[in-house]
Design a protein around this ligand. Sequence first.
Ligand SMILES: Cc1cc2nc3c(=O)[nH]c(=O)nc-3n(C[C@H](O)[C@H](O)[C@H](O)COP(=O)(O)OP(=O)(O)OC[C@H]3O[C@@H](n4cnc5c(N)ncnc54)[C@H](O)[C@@H]3O)c2cc1C
Length: 397
Amino acid sequence: MKSIRLHEISGSPPSTAIVIGSGIVGAATAYYLGKRGVAVHLLEATAPAAEASGAADGAVSVASKRPGTMMTAALRGVALYRDLARDGLLADLYKTRSTFIIAASQAECELLEKHREALLDAGVKAVALSRQALQKRFQVLSPNALMGVEVHDEGHAIGYEIVHRLVKASGAFVHRDTPVREFVEAGGRVAGVVTPKGVMTADAMVIAAGGGSANLLNLDNVLIPRKGQLLVTERAPALNRAMPGAIMSGRYLLSKGSQKGTGALPSRGLGLVIDPLRTGQFLIGGTREDFGDRQTNDIDAVRRILLAAVDLVPGLADVRLLRSFAGVRTAVIDGLPLIGRLPGRENAYVATGFEGDGICLGPLTGKTIAQMICGETPEFDLSDFDPARFMAGKVAA
Ligand SMILES: Cc1cc2nc3c(=O)[nH]c(=O)nc-3n(C[C@H](O)[C@H](O)[C@H](O)COP(=O)(O)OP(=O)(O)OC[C@H]3O[C@@H](n4cnc5c(N)ncnc54)[C@H](O)[C@@H]3O)c2cc1C
């Protein structure tokens, strides 16, 4: 096998880094490393944004996060998007808007009230709206909506647009069609990676391979696929303009496990989100399915999503469906991502397992990993996400 040496292995801060995977997490890591003068080689099994980051809804949102570290992380994640938009990099790609969580049953009202308290405790502006106030603020909403909570200062971003912008701005060398097969280890370090094109070495390694990380890290029992199906409509500018924000059904909190309801998570949950896009279209999702990693749509799921959407926004019945798609979220069995140094490897880091939150948390994660690699104090406390909780120290597949 050919050996490709990118740089002599040296101490910290590194001159070179290999980032495995160019989804949003790998792209953001490359961007923040590039800003610090690190020469980055982005190794991608197929093409940038080919997996979850290219098949996501794109809510940059605190609204549905589980109280605790995830909610705090999401707050920081949303703030970083605002900064990146204000500074120009994402100015045309990030849309600021509110999220309206809507309750349509008594059980959802109770759940929502509890969730609003958690949001308020975390410092989020979350305003309760009575049925009347909701109808006034959101006139296209069905009378079935009993109450709502408006979560202010949230946003939306299309995952693949963010990936391509970050990759371009990073100055990284992108190696497409370059799957990493295994690691080359030397003296407590990951010295290199084996690819079909040869062995590549660098000072620092970042594993941001989404679902592919399971195989690379022998974490098949820890990282689990969770499929989601989404729909995109034609442009409907008048209806789009009439929506002051995205709609999230109270049921979404249950399907995502943001608040504990009765019983276990359904294996094929539907949590409705209707996002009015910058284009005048609507993005409507989606399912959470625990039974496999297929990327296909099925008519039953499409039908259920459409019925739920029209139930909350009746005007959508006159808007044509353009396309449906499906993607696979990579979840960690304890519900928290894996972010941090690989146990026992001083120069290798992992960032994966973001389930349905990686668009929101991707830039923050990339920034934090870059700070760790460059010997800076990470601006966000990662201890709850430490990969050591599942890894005994063995790295290579
Ligand atoms: C239906 C759906 C809806 C979603 N909605 C939202 C939302 O509203 N808000 C939100 O914040 N998040 C959402 N998400 C979640 C979000 O998309 C993911 O959490 C995020 O994209 C994960 O990014 P990533 O970079 O970790 O992984 P990915 O985007 O999967 O990227 C990993 C990359 O690594 C590559 N790779 C894999 N193995 C290897 C290897 N061995 N060598 C080299 N490269 C490799 C893959 O080809 C891929 O390009 C949604 C996801 C889905 C599926």
